[in-house]
Design a protein around this ligand. Sequence first.
Ligand SMILES: Nc1ncnc2c1ncn2[C@@H]1O[C@H](COP(=O)(O)OP(=O)(O)O)[C@@H](O)[C@H]1O
Ligand SMILES: [Mg+2]
Length: 220
Amino acid sequence: MIDVQNVTKIHRRGALEVHALRGVTCRIEQGSFTFILGPSGSGKSTLLYLLGALDEPTDGVITVSGKALGGMTTRERDSFRREEVGFIFQSFNLLSNLSAVDNALAPFLPRGVAPALRKEAIDLLARLGLGDRLTHRPNQLSGGEQQRVAIARALLKKPKLVLADEPTGELDSENGAAIMKDLRTLCHEHQSTVVVVTHEQEHVQAGDQLIRIRDGRVAA
Ligand SMILES: Nc1ncnc2c1ncn2[C@@H]1O[C@H](COP(=O)(O)OP(=O)(O)O)[C@@H](O)[C@H]1O
Ligand SMILES: [Mg+2]
């Protein structure tokens, strides 16, 4: 589904150049549950953001479902990111003034939310164990609950591709394991391809694909 060919990324900070990716080639199969594993600073987040067209490579080609991201117009890339990709971040990135339901619906709010979609959001939050937290604001929710809202937000559009950057990084191990289980179940139902960045191996299960990154290169 995703083909990464010889991708490099240089971050420029003033005169300073950081070579975050130094020629990465890998494949992510359709419907797979793929982990990008590696130590802090190895380039995992950089690679994930490139896969979701949140950023552009310095060199190399990323092809998603046969379409090269670099060959798309800005408008095509925007619609790919908005309609086909669900992002989940380590720090949840919820809007503090919105309820759990409205946070889950946030990507849709500018265009208006039909009652059927609001019901879908409520049903999804209920499946994630938040049926009695629907009107709570983020600061009234635990870390695990906030990440479940963020998962609902990412999955509500039924994305083909789910990209998660250290989604359990701010949670204790019990909560982290529960979140990963829910993510697996829901993404399996939606037949989404899932890519999870982590620096730990504890969530890896038999059948998962692994991409090990070290110093901006694929190590295995
Ligand atoms: N926006 C940026 N500007 C400058 N340097 C960056 C930027 N993003 C990441 N880096 C640097 O690129 C390297 C890889 O970072 P990152 O992809 O975030 O690694 P990881 O997610 O594996 O911890 C690091 O040295 C980091 O400091
Ligand atoms: Mg990172």
